[in-house]
Write a protein that binds this ligand. Structure first.
Ligand code: THU
Length: 162
């Protein structure tokens, strides 16, 4: 028997002001788009904004449903739009923000498990890492170099061929 370990490093910034101009722009857009999320049941409003390798900016928000499992997260809503609008472009960077019914948040949250799986599929499909920028509407910012770092021992299309 032997033990294996998994871990990864990510960057923590004190505020949006410490990001590059491009990353700060994306995060600002993500913070703003939370206002258009449709989240009447959870009142947890999530915004995701991506920059593609063709320079396009694509946005997504969570869309809830009275039949709760029908709801979709902001990240997967964004991934679907991107694949439909620009099927041959890949996402370089995605910023994700959120707030609750108070309209504010100060801690980063990271994508749910289902979204991590969907992000991984996009990385594999385009053979390109997606950089994640995570932050509330204010405060510190996490930058993770590739979204697949969030999903160790993952299941992918390669496993279907084993
Ligand atoms: N949600 C997202 O949009 N992204 C996440 O990564 C976590 C959760 C949404 C789903 C649901 O509409 C609400 O937040 C509460 O779970």
């Amino acid at each position: 028997m032997k033990k294996e370990q998994y871990g990864f490093e990510f960057d923590v910034y004190d505020s949006i002001d410490d990001l590059s101009k491009e990353d700060a722009f994306l995060l600002q857009q993500a913070r703003e788009i939370t206002r258009t999320a449709y989240a009447p049941y959870s009142q947890f409003y999530v915004g995701a904004v991506a920059r593609l390798n063709n320079g396009e900016i694509v946005k997504g928000t969570n869309q809830e449903n009275a039949s709760f499992p029908v709801s979709i997260c902001a990240e997967r809503s964004l991934l679907s739009s991107t694949a439909a609008l620009f099927p041959s472009a890949n996402i370089e960077t995605m910023a994700i923000s959120y707030h609750n019914q108070n309209g504010k948040s100060s801690e980063p949250v990271s994508p749910c498990g289902m979204c991590r799986q969907a992000l991984l599929e996009h990385e594999k499909r385009y053979d390109h890492p997606i950089k994640l920028i995570l932050s509330g509407t204010e405060g510190k910012v996490y930058v993770i170099e590739r979204s697949s770092m969030l999903l160790p021992l993952s299941f992918t299309g390669d496993d279907l061929k084993k």
